[in-house]
Structure formats: structure tokens, C-alpha cells
Ligand binder design. Sequence first.
Ligand code: GTP
Ligand code: MG
Length: 305
Amino acid sequence: MSNIRMRDEELIEGMKNRDRKVLAKVLSLCENSPERANFLLSKLEKKLSHLIGITGSPGVGKSTLTSSILDELKNKNVGVVVVDPSSPFTHGALLGDRIRMQSHATSRNVFIRSFASRGALGGLAPSIFEACDAFEAFGMDDVIIETVGVGQSEVDIRNVADTVVVVLSPDGGDEVQMMKAGLMEIADVFVINKADNPRAQILKSRLNAVLTMGKKEIPIFLTNALTREGVKEFVNALDERFQKMKENETLAKRRRQKLFHHVKASLRRELDDLIDKSEVKGLVMNKDFLELKSLFVRELCEKYK
Ligand SMILES: Nc1nc2c(ncn2[C@@H]2O[C@H](COP(=O)(O)OP(=O)(O)OP(=O)(O)O)[C@@H](O)[C@H]2O)c(=O)[nH]1
Ligand SMILES: [Mg+2]
């Protein structure tokens, strides 16, 4: 693994020079050839970006909120990953995402990339880890990851982001039911979007009542993503939270957890590839269970000797 191919050198140089075309290529590598991306990215210094996960049910306003966050973060370099849901009922909204975010797409300091999701309800693809590394290597201040659904996939936003923002909206039917179903455990911050809806206040008091039963203190923000009302306050709070996380042990702890899950996802992926390839090559023929198992383990050990 020690030789750097010429092409890799070019990519590394391009990343150092903050060449957006090269970033696009590296992000494609993250998706299609993640182990090569991991290798390349290990050669680059990384900025400690604030990795912000934005999650919540379809249609609560995650993309609109992301757009208004970008408006507030004008002086910062920001990477955005929109997880492309494979679920058919969100396809219309996805087109909307593109149109809404287009105003930012041409901005020099914002880079938006959509990623295919793996879970049926649009969880996170394992290569999200590499994508975050790529944005950090590019020197982004913040990275926003928009994803639909919680706990639907093998890779959870909680294991990727430094801060998980759970967005709720008053027009979603049984939001409080959803909170009980696991959102409370993963939320670091709640946003009740569509605050222009009078029921937003009711949702806030109900959420407050649920939260008082929990152990940790989770702030709630009310926003109108369309008019940007409440967004500045929310963005400032995110910034303050990140500064605090850096000062105390929380960020280091989250990053250790992220690293663990990154390695796990990467090993799983490699083992899967190895097993699939062995089958194609016919290596699985005439071997019994233990022989095959040790063959795969040996192959993987050989690679990392
Ligand atoms: N009234 C009101 N409408 C909003 C607000 N924020 C977003 N919307 C609208 O809600 C709809 C859904 O917004 P999106 O930003 O696409 O929601 P999303 O959560 O990204 O949706 P998915 O990506 O499909 O999960 C759009 O029609 C938005 O214009 C808000 O604060 N108030
Ligand atoms: Mg969206």
C-alpha cells in the first residue's frame, strides 16, 4: 500500500490547492472506491470541521433549513451532503432540494453533493465517513449532512455527526410518538420548523414535557426556514456548542466513536468484496466452512501486514 500512484499525487495536490473539481472527483471516489479514497485522504491534513447532521421525517423542512443555514454562514466554507433517498415518495421533494439549494451551489465557499442512500427509507451510506474526511481535508469549517429517517440503516447519523439536529414540524401527525421511538436518544438539538404554524407552540410544550423525563438537557429552537426567522439564533447556538465540545471531552469522545464505526464499516465492506470476488473466481469451490472462513481472514490479514 506504500506506493502513491501519479494520479493519486495529482488528487492530493489538487485537494491541497482547494481545487473544487478535484474535490468532486475525490467525493466520487468516496462513493465508488472508498478504500482508495481512504488511502488518499490519509495523506492529507484535515481541518476539524463541525459535522452537523440534520435529520427528521420527510417534508419537515430539512433542506429549506439547510439553505437558510447556508445564508447565515456566508463567511464560512461549508460542505453539504444531501443523502439521496431511494424511497419513491421523496423523489419530488428531492427535485425541490436541488432547486432551493441551487442559489448556493455556485457560491465559491459552499460545496453541495448528493449521496445515494442504502436503507429503504434513506439512511446513510457507509461511505459518508469518507465524504466527511474529504470535506475536512478540503478545509471546510462546517459540514452539513441531511438525511431522512432514524435508525433505518446500518450507519446511524449519531455515529457520524458531532451534533445531531432533529427537525420536527407541527404538520407531521404523530411527532411525539416518533420522539419516543428513538429520536430523543440521538438528538443533541431539536428544531421545530414551520414556526409560522400556530401549532408549533403546542408541539414545543409537548416536546418539553417529554424532554423533562429524559436525563440530558436538549435545547429546542423554533424556526421558520422560509423567512429565516429563528435561524440565526440556532446557528449561533450550534457554533457555541462546537466550541464547548472542543474545550471539554465531548468532541474527542464523539470522534473516537466515529472512528470506530468508520473502521467497522470499512472492514465490513472489504470483507464483503473479498467474499464476493472469491465466489466469482470460484475460490469457494470444494472448501468446507472453516477452510473458507480462514481463507478470508488470512486474505484480509495479508493486506494489512
Ligand atoms: N410554512 C412553512 N413551510 C416550510 C418551512 N420550511 C419548509 N417549508 C416547506 O415544506 C416543504 C418541505 O420542505 P423541504 O425542505 O423539502 O423538507 P425536507 O425535510 O428536506 O424533505 P425531504 O428531503 O423530502 O425529507 C416545502 O414545500 C417547503 O417550502 C417553514 O418554516 N414554514
Ligand atoms: Mg430534503
